[in-house]
Design a binder for this molecule. Structure first.
Ligand code: UDX
Length: 435
């Protein structure tokens, strides 16, 4: 089966490369010529552990191709994945679908034989109907099917998530014709245990938004419980364990931290509300989740100010600035909302990130490693849970007192025998806060 992926962003590139790795011929298309030339040389546009080796290996084996010639790629393929970006639109809430519709128009002009067109981009319910309408303008319905097949991979874990997902979701209004093809395509994954869920196109589109909104809700819930733990003297790690072991709740995505961020949860929760509005359905829970998540960043900024006492001219060093570990992605990262509040109070901020200096933080001092953060500040904030922050070299802290605010609960207060260190964390009782 010849496959083509239109869009070599996170989802398109990772899925395309891995389908090639399963033995398919995959053409990855992008209108950014520079990106395509770089990919041919093995230069990867995103930070994703292990992806570069896979790209090089499959490109050399002639299973993976890169091109900007979208027309030829469509003509040469049996299955076409639309994996272009669906960012938040100018209204600040809806998903911007102009890329998806532009691709649908190009597809409509290049259908030379029966094709399955699959939206892998996260798209609001009913987008498939619109894509079908656009393609139908130039073609008969018997020549193509539009299928929804959302992707659930996480940044930083993308390769493992794609290879070993819990489920594969496929939505089609013509399952009789498309299901077998997709079952075959996903066989290397379902054989290892992933559930294959076949449903209608609209249900499949909604599954993706419901999943992201539910996970965002889980995180927001535990973060609110963490706030409560801090005042009543409980430990949020124990609460997460205590509720997460109940199979009805599940233990994952119950890590309290500095609010959720990233390219998906903030964008998709807002878009889900907009979908609800369109169909006159109030998404009260999701609205509250967004509000609570926004408030959390402000709560954490206030907490830093409280820890500092007199914040003016105090030095604060951040360890990690991306929205989570194993990514260089700064989209909707929590600290972007925390920094302005601190700067306003006269705090001097420096940061170190394993993925290097950030253009978004031009006005802040960048340090080359975590040691430089540990020795030069009044307060160190562990903002991101990179493995290298789990074993910081605290022996560097000798003379003056250092405060640590561990926003990811990587440490226990009891691990600090150095009396020069005062340790604060998230959702733990007052006794656990200070070493
Ligand atoms: C998410 C979804 O998990 C994935 O299925 C979807 O395809 C894309 O969106 P991603 O944004 O890459 O993936 O990261 P994820 O690991 O889900 O984390 C999102 C945010 O939630 C991060 O800021 C992370 O730090 C935070 N988080 C996650 C928590 O605070 N606690 C948790 O327990 C889990």
């Amino acid at each position: 089966m010849k496959i083509c992926f239109i869009g070599t962003g996170y989802v398109g590139l990772v899925s395309g490369v891995l389908f090639a790795d399963f033995g398919n011929k995959v053409i990855c298309v992008d209108n950014n010529k520079k990106k395509i030339e770089n990919l041919k040389k093995g230069i990867i546009p995103i930070f994703e552990p292990g992806l570069d080796e896979l790209v090089i290996r499959n490109y050399k084996s002639k299973r993976l191709f890169f091109t900007s010639d979208i027309n030829k790629a469509i003509k040469d393929s049996d299955i076409i994945f639309i994996a272009v970006g669906t960012p938040t639109a100018k209204d600040g809430v809806s998903a911007d679908l102009k890329n998806v519709y532009a691709v649908a128009k190009i597809i409509s002009k290049n259908i030379n034989k029966y094709k399955i067109i699959i939206t892998k981009s996260t798209v609001p319910v009913c987008t498939g109907d619109e894509v079908e309408k656009i393609i139908k303008k130039n073609n008969s319905i018997s020549k193509f099917d539009v299928v929804s097949n959302p992707e659930f991979l996480r940044e930083g874990e993308a390769i493992r998530d794609f290879r070993y997902p819990d489920r594969v979701v496929v939505g089609s209004n013509n399952l009789k014709k498309t299901k077998l093809v997709l079952e075959k395509l996903y066989e290397p994954i379902t054989k290892k245990g992933a559930k294959f869920i076949a449903t209608t196109r609209r249900s499949s589109e909604l599954i993706k938004y419901a999943a992201n909104a539910f996970l965002a809700t889980k995180i927001t819930f535990i973060n609110e419980i963490a706030n409560l733990c801090e005042v009543v003297g409980s430990n949020v790690d124990d609460i997460a364990l205590g509720i997460g072991t109940d199979a009805r709740i599940g233990s994952r995505f119950l890590r309290a931290g500095p609010a959720y961020g990233g390219s998906c949860f903030p964008k998709d929760t807002k878009a889900l509300i907009k979908i609800g509005d369109k169909f006159k359905t109030d998404m009260t829970v999701v609205k509250t989740v967004i509000k609570s998540n926004e408030k959390r960043k402000s709560i954490l900024a206030d907490r830093i100010i409280e820890i500092l006492g007199k914040p003016k001219n105090k030095k604060v060093g951040f360890l990690g600035v991306t929205f989570k570990a194993n990514t260089d992605d700064m989209r909707d990262t929590q600290c972007l909302k925390i920094f302005p509040k601190l700067l306003k109070k006269g705090v001097k901020i420096s940061y170190y990130d394993p993925t290097g200096e950030k253009k978004e933080l031009k006005n802040l001092k960048y340090k080359k490693n975590s040691d430089e953060i540990l020795i030069n500040n009044d307060l160190v904030v562990i903002h991101t849970e990179w493995d290298e922050f789990r074993s910081l070299n605290f022996s560097k802290v000798k003379s003056k007192k250092l405060m640590i605010f561990d926003m990811r609960n990587l440490y226990q207060a009891s691990s600090f025998s150095n009396k020069n260190i005062i340790y604060y964390s998230i959702g733990r009782s007052l006794n656990d806060k200070k070493a």
